[in-house]
Design a protein around this ligand. Structure first.
Ligand code: NI
Length: 144
């Protein structure tokens, strides 16, 4: 069997949501000192990018159909978080401080099992833009 090129594809979706950063184990004063203005309720225009790696199937010329990736992002992520208050309104973010880092990890955990159902495909990166300049990326690494 001839070797197939392995390519990464990426889909980007956008959502708007409100949050505040507040660590439950800290006092109100400590939270204000740590998070500053982010301790107050505010919102972001977020973007999320999911990168999927897999072989280019000769019969279709695709790794996976980007329409399927778009649908997964919409159903599993955007539909759950768009125009929501992330601290209280999203079941899969319960007990999560909604930083960009934690959102990237939570999105990965939700999306990754579904990507694996597509032949040869693996999720390699979630990139979460809180703003144009503030970005968190997760690629599945954990501490030893
Ligand atoms: Ni914020």
């Amino acid at each position: 069997m001839s070797q197939l090129p392995v390519v990464e594809i990426r889909r980007r979706e956008e959502f708007c949501a409100a949050h505040r950063l507040h660590a439950p184990n800290l006092s109100d004063g400590e939270n204000l000192a740590l998070y500053g203005p982010c301790n107050t309720l505010h919102g972001h225009n977020y973007s999320v990018e999911a990168t999927v790696r897999g072989p280019v199937e000769p019969g279709t010329g695709m790794v996976m159909n980007l329409t399927d990736l778009m649908r997964l992002l919409q159903e599993l992520l955007i539909g759950e978080v768009d125009h929501k208050y992330l601290n209280t309104d999203v079941p899969f973010l319960a007990d999560v401080i909604p930083t960009a880092e934690n959102l990237a990890v939570a999105f990965w955990n939700r999306l990754q099992p579904q990507i694996e159902t597509f032949k040869g495909c693996q999720l390699t990166r979630i990139r979460l833009y809180e703003s144009q300049n503030n970005v968190a990326e997760y690629c599945g690494l954990t501490t030893p």
